[in-house]
Design a binder for this molecule. Structure first.
Ligand SMILES: [Zn+2]
Ligand SMILES: [Zn+2]
Length: 334
């Protein structure tokens, strides 16, 4: 991906962990990640996609403290992702259009986890596409030409929502990704595994900067206003996870840069899918960036399609086979 001027000249980040300022456009993916990377919130959404609707079901299935569950359901309802509705004398939580539209994001994270983080085991979930009748995997494709999207073949320009306001937030201290044992509670889950990598704020921002062409320590630091120890920690972790490699580019004095591996580059598709959701639901209908695919020379968004028939996947047309055992109490609740 080339470094377009408008992209480079974009955000101003205040130094320090507590305050973070960014231009609205750049936060739409970050906010999507934030919503998903709250471990309990994520679990609730995941179970929703498996058809869980009622408070007691969530509670039995996830073994979550009551107050925690109340908080998360309330938050997801406030965010407009779930609707609380009376059904037959009780309440059910159901996806709004905004919530259901997270499906491609979930699938893109699932595909990444299946491909890179399954440790040689078969993916925990097998998807079936009812429309074509095939066992399938999600694939991320250009909405115009249906070809895969290589980060080096995408250009940006300002979209209708460009020129955007600055928004400043006060944040809690930067957290590491949620405890994997929480995220994979009940079900082994490729989406959860992917969130281990991109689900904490700084890791996510560092990965994003990679896609803008940043490679060197001091450059990350200058752009993100990130504390040295946090940056060192995240780069080391991303190296251990296989997302980037550290390479010496100069001998005297020795200097190093980080570059993305094939695995790292493969995160790009998920980023674009999340960006689409953020653009659609958090930008007031005015996507700040327009993407252009060099392969077909058309504007596009990242769509998630069936790798067998090429059609876009939506929750109603997909069924699942679990490749793991759900214990009886859990199965009954589900
Ligand atoms: Zn294309
Ligand atoms: Zn299909």
């Amino acid at each position: 991906m080339g470094l377009s001027k408008s992209v480079v000249a974009r955000a101003e980040h205040q130094a320090g962990d507590e305050k973070f300022a960014s231009i609205e456009r750049y936060s739409s993916v970050a906010r999507t990640v934030e919503i998903l990377s709250d471990a309990w919130g994520f679990l609730v959404l995941r179970e929703c996609f498996f058809g869980v609707r009622r408070f007691e079901q969530f509670q039995a299935l996830l073994q979550v403290p009551r107050t925690t569950l109340v908080q998360r359901l309330t938050k997801l309802t406030e965010l407009g992702i779930l609707n609380k509705m009376p059904v037959g004398g009780r309440h059910e939580y159901r996806f709004s259009d905004k919530g259901r539209d997270l499906y491609p994001t979930m699938l893109s994270l699932l595909a990444f986890g299946d491909k890179w983080l399954a440790s040689g085991k078969p993916p925990p979930l097998q998807l079936f596409h009812k429309s074509c009748g095939a066992a399938c995997s999600p694939r991320i494709a250009c909405s115009h030409c249906n070809e895969p999207i290589d980060p080096r073949r995408v250009r940006y320009r300002d979209g209708p929502g460009a020129g955007s306001e600055m928004r400043t937030e006060t944040r809690k201290r930067s957290r590491r990704a949620s405890d994997p044992t929480v995220l994979e509670r009940v079900r082994p889950c490729s989406v959860a595994r992917t969130l281990q990598i991109i689900g904490d704020r700084w890791s996510f921002l560092v990965i994003r900067e990679f896609f803008y062409g940043v490679r060197r320590f001091d450059e990350f630091q200058a752009r993100l206003g990130i504390a040295t120890n946090i940056l060192a920690d995240r780069l080391q972790r991303l190296t251990e996870e296989g997302v980037v490699i550290k390479r010496q580019y100069q001998e005297r004095p020795p200097r190093f840069e980080y570059i993305m591996t094939e695995m790292g580059l493969d995160l790009y598709g998920s980023m674009l899918v999340m960006m689409r959701w953020g653009d659609k639901w958090l930008s007031g209908g005015k996507p700040p960036l327009t993407l252009r695919h060099s392969n077909c020379d058309h504007d596009f968004y990242a769509s998630v399609v069936c790798d067998q028939c090429g059609e876009e996947l939506n929750p109603r047309d997909v069924s699942y086979t679990l490749r793991y055992h759900l214990d009886d109490t859990v199965a009954a609740a589900a």
